[in-house]
Design a protein around this ligand. Sequence first.
Ligand SMILES: Cc1ncc(COP(=O)(O)O)c(C=O)c1O
Length: 386
Amino acid sequence: MFNAQLDQLTDYPFQRLTDLLGGPATPDSLVMSIGEPQHRPPALVAQVLAEQAGTWGKYPPANGSPDFRAAVVEWLNRRFTLPAGMVDRDRAVLPVAGTREALYLIAQTVITPGQGKPLVLLPNPFYQVYVGAAVMAGAEPYFVPGHDGPVSVPDFTTLPDDVLSRVKLAYLCSPANPQGSVADMDLLIRNIELARRWNFVLCVDECYSEIWDRAEPAGALTACAQLGGAMDNVMVFHSLSKRSSVPGLRSGFVAGDVALMAAFARLRSYGGAATPMPILAAAAALWRDEDHVRENRDLYRAKLDLAERKLGNRFGFTRPAGGFFLWLDVGDGEKAALELWNKAKIRVLPGKYLSRGDVGDRYIRVALVHDLETTERALTLMAQTL
Ligand SMILES: Cc1ncc(COP(=O)(O)O)c(C=O)c1O
């Protein structure tokens, strides 16, 4: 009765966590398992949504509004130092209802099931949606560990030709969930050149690009600019969920290769969720404002300072270059998650649920998404418990 590919998927990590801990979170638990920012959303969200309430009665166009796309292009040009005209407002940008659905649907856009035993390259550890996307599109996921030790991002250029010849799609996440490592410009350039040489699509998930500690992470579109300005074979994914602490707004965008965008738009016109007009307007206002992003980043930085003080040189603690997760080596991630839950009511995610093989088994992922006070309480308890 059901699609047999579903049998290849494990339960979603949060369901596995609920099973491990014997039930869901309770009102008194400290939930650090999910990357759901709890910082106060910028006031302009409610303000613009109220102003635009008259447009709830309209079916939104699948490609959003010209103003939304213009706000995105302005932001991309500013943030990634792109030459004017490189990103075409009307052909190279599409709004998405959160990047999760886009990361999922891009596999359906690119993969022809069964044809030439297609492979999808994924980082290991990874954001779980990449696996679901690859499997449900009828491809085989091919997991690639960090190129410079377990905490780094992968470099697909190290793969042999017999693998690369079957690759149709590759996901790269920078800053990476869960480890917080960042791909530098050389790595991005090398991997874009590789995608072009072997003619596969390189999806660069940059949804944590604005949450950084000491240095602004490099972006794949800057790499394209340095390679001459073409965006062939490349697509970037950006989200307001983390940048602007509005995971419930469900708003992000994709940008890149115009041929790929056209194919993606075609698929989404059948099965994608268009972003409502009031949300497009609020999103445009958010992409045009950097003050709230700076404040947000400072708050994450303060929490990293706290983590450094509380956890210091234990559990292989290193300050993540980007994102808001701690990726801690606790020896046995499931055991530590159980202990933290049973003794301290803290929920964290075992690294095993975000990886294949034994790559993540020793780790837990801790999301620093709460206010400073709650974070301090949780980290103190965590250090005492483990
Ligand atoms: C690496 C990564 N990519 C994409 C997403 C999806 O975010 P959203 O759908 O809210 O844009 C997440 C959310 O946790 C994530 O961690």
